[in-house]
Design a binder for this molecule. Structure first.
Ligand SMILES: Nc1nc2c(ncn2[C@@H]2O[C@H](COP(=O)(O)OP(=O)(O)O)[C@@H](O)[C@H]2O)c(=O)[nH]1
Ligand SMILES: [Mg+2]
Length: 201
């Protein structure tokens, strides 16, 4: 009887776990996005003040539950010397959130290069990518069409995977729920697909 009940309990409260990487150049707003996400999706989470967020040197982690899915976020440092560490996490990840600073036109091509490198990595084949055009609360920011144009020659490298460009403000929270809900839908759907090449090896 105990086994039956504990089995039922485990079944009812079981959550599938998914690892989501948060990538992008330093200062794009990755850590602010993670804090905003935790504040919105974790009932009792008392986030740190957004103004207290400082440069990420190592890695920030965070977990949220959405329905039956548990998302574990890894917010990796975006400075050039830390970008070489990103691919150490690729094989474990189910989704990528790539954050772009829409106010920084000067570094847009640098961001595109980092995106291109990430998206062509074999270890990420088929993994859904949410591109966040962040800082849309700033009036003078680049629009979604501007950003899509700047990234247009990456489109054929994205392949058949799910990819969405979402306007967002990590600071005000605009677009955050939409982005997370889209990601949940994609990773949950993917778990029922045949395994990725790297899982077969
Ligand atoms: N206006 C505005 N500023 C933002 C937004 N997101 C982040 N920032 C600011 O951008 C700076 C870098 O943010 P941070 O989260 O540390 O970036 P990270 O290096 O990618 O983790 C900080 O001063 C943030 O307050 C946003 O949506 N709008
Ligand atoms: Mg950071």
């Amino acid at each position: 009887m105990y086994t039956l009940l504990s089995g039922l309990y485990k079944y009812m409260f079981r959550r599938d776990e998914y690892c989501i990487l948060i990538l992008g150049l330093d200062n794009a707003g990755k850590t602010t996005f993670l804090e905003q996400t935790k504040t919105r999706f974790s009932r009792n989470y008392k986030g740190m003040s957004f103004s207290k967020i400082t440069t990420t040197v190592g890695l920030n982690i965070g977990t949220i539950d959405v329905g039956k899915a548990r998302l574990m976020f890894w917010d990796l440092g975006g400075q050039e010397e830390l970008q070489s560490l990103w691919d150490k996490y690729y094989a474990e990840s189910h989704g990528v959130i790539y954050v772009i600073d829409s106010t920084d036109e000067e570094r847009l091509s640098e961001s595109k290069r980092a995106f291109e490198k990430m998206v062509t990595s074999d270890a990420l084949e088929g993994v859904p990518i949410l591109v966040l055009a962040n800082k849309q609360d700033v009036e003078t920011c680049l629009s979604i069409p501007d950003i899509k144009t700047a990234f247009s020659d990456c489109i054929n490298k994205i392949g058949k995977r799910d990819c969405l460009t979402q306007a967002c403000s990590a600071l005000t929270g605009k677009g955050v729920n939409e982005g997370i809900e889209w990601m949940v839908k994609c990773v949950v759907r993917n778990i029922h697909r045949p395994p990725r090449q790297k899982d077969i090896k």
